[in-house]
Ligand binder design. Structure first.
Ligand code: SF4
Length: 392
């Protein structure tokens, strides 16, 4: 099926990957919309999910050039002329794309691992929820009355399902929860070692608060792997970081950045900066500050455009403020390299693409509820947004 390579909607992941969540639900990948699970590990094995009705239908659509509702974030990213996860994965698994011959997977081999074994996390970031954070879990059940039904055995079930596939893995992503607090991270690394999978790309997506402790404890294990990327979720520095990613102590993050830079030169550090209304006016400053401190090289800053929750999207800004934000981003373009330029340009296109300004009241309402619970105040940390309060 030669034309698949060029298809706008084809993605190789449903042929070689399944993404597990801490509640047992199984999804197409970590970028697919949570509202469209393809199965649940509590009811079905991965082997069975890979060829269930949902998966067959999705692969059928992909082969026939039809869009998938769960994959909108990839299509939106492509609309901003930036490379989507779909395109990255099709490129990484080129050989597999060429060998796709039907909507059925005869002999399932998990080649890309991304399972969130539990939601243990010491942060409760504004963009997250109880699904991926135990700190959030407690807070949302108190203030939003959200009840989630989690089983302690999910992690064991996922591990059991994954073990036979370790030998086939070509790419690993370890997220969470906070993976540097999870025992499953060590378990997976040890399994990879058993099968001599020490050269495959391994990305650990972390809030970086515990890197030093983790690395000192597991130094000899980490040093056996040659292709580790620490993908640090940092959206702002100093006080603003402590607001957006609640639980952050910026001095500790700074110390961890310094420790990583000085002691693990072979580990690739990348910043995963989630772009929301909370940092749309300041993420360029973060980039230049990190460069100035020599924490990252100029091409290691990724802009992760926040799509959900909708009320936190950067494109809820009213038009006049969007123009201000765009002006600031444009001003930085002459000082950055081409890779980062692409990232920043994608933010501009994202801002221009849609208008979600009708969600401003919802943003203010939710911010207020959380602010009261966390004893914070939006405008103390993001004074540049004060116009939202004064707009009527
Ligand atoms: S198209 Fe995008 S969202 Fe859909 S499965 Fe592929 S990478 Fe995931």
């Amino acid at each position: 099926m030669k034309s698949l390579v060029k298809s706008k909607f084809f993605c190789i992941l449903p042929w070689l990957h399944l993404n597990g969540h801490p509640d047992g639900s199984v999804h197409l990948c970590c970028f697919s919309n949570n509202r469209y699970p393809v199965g649940n590990i509590n009811n079905e094995s991965m082997q069975s999910i890979i060829n269930n009705k949902n998966m067959i239908e999705i692969r059928n659509k992909m082969i026939n050039g039809q869009p998938i509702p769960a994959c909108v974030s990839c299509y939106e990213k492509e609309a901003t002329k930036n490379e989507s996860f779909r395109q990255k994965m099709n490129n990484f698994f080129k050989k597999d794309v060429k060998s796709v011959s039907s909507n059925y997977v005869d002999d399932f081999k998990l080649k890309y691992l991304d399972v969130r074994f539990n939601n243990k996390c010491n942060f409760s970031c504004r963009s997250c929820s109880g699904e991926f954070s135990t700190s959030w879990y407690k807070e949302e059940s108190t203030i939003f009355n959200i009840k989630r039904n989690y089983s302690n055995n999910i992690s064991k079930t996922f591990i059991k399902e994954i073990k036979p596939h370790i030998i086939f893995l070509e790419k690993v992503y370890i997220g969470g929860g906070e993976p540097l607090l999870a025992k499953e991270t060590i378990l997976i690394l040890n399994e990879l070692l058993v099968y001599k999978k020490t050269n495959i790309p391994i990305t650990i997506n972390t809030n970086l608060s515990n890197f030093k402790n983790f690395a000192l404890r597991h130094n000899s294990l980490l040093k056996q792997f040659s292709n580790i990327t620490i993908l640090a979720s940092i959206d702002a520095d100093n006080k603003k970081a402590e607001y957006i990613r609640f639980g952050t102590n910026w001095n500790i993050i700074y110390e961890n950045l310094l420790f990583l830079k000085n002691n693990f030169t072979k580990i690739n550090l990348e910043i995963n900066c989630t772009i929301s209304i909370l940092n749309i006016f300041s993420f360029t400053d973060l980039y230049f500050n990190l460069l100035k401190s020599n924490f990252i090289s100029s091409d290691k800053f990724k802009c992760n455009l926040l799509h959900q929750p909708l009320y936190l999207r950067s494109d809820i800004l009213p038009e006049i403020q969007k123009q201000k934000a765009i002006k600031k981003i444009k001003k930085s373009l002459s000082k950055i390299n081409n890779d980062t330029k692409k990232e920043f340009l994608s933010v501009i296109l994202f801002l221009q693409n849609k208008n979600y300004s009708f969600l401003i009241d919802e943003f203010l309402k939710n911010s207020k509820i959380l602010d009261e619970s966390r004893k914070q105040s939006l405008f103390d940390y993001c004074p540049e947004l004060i116009f939202l309060n004064n707009r009527r």
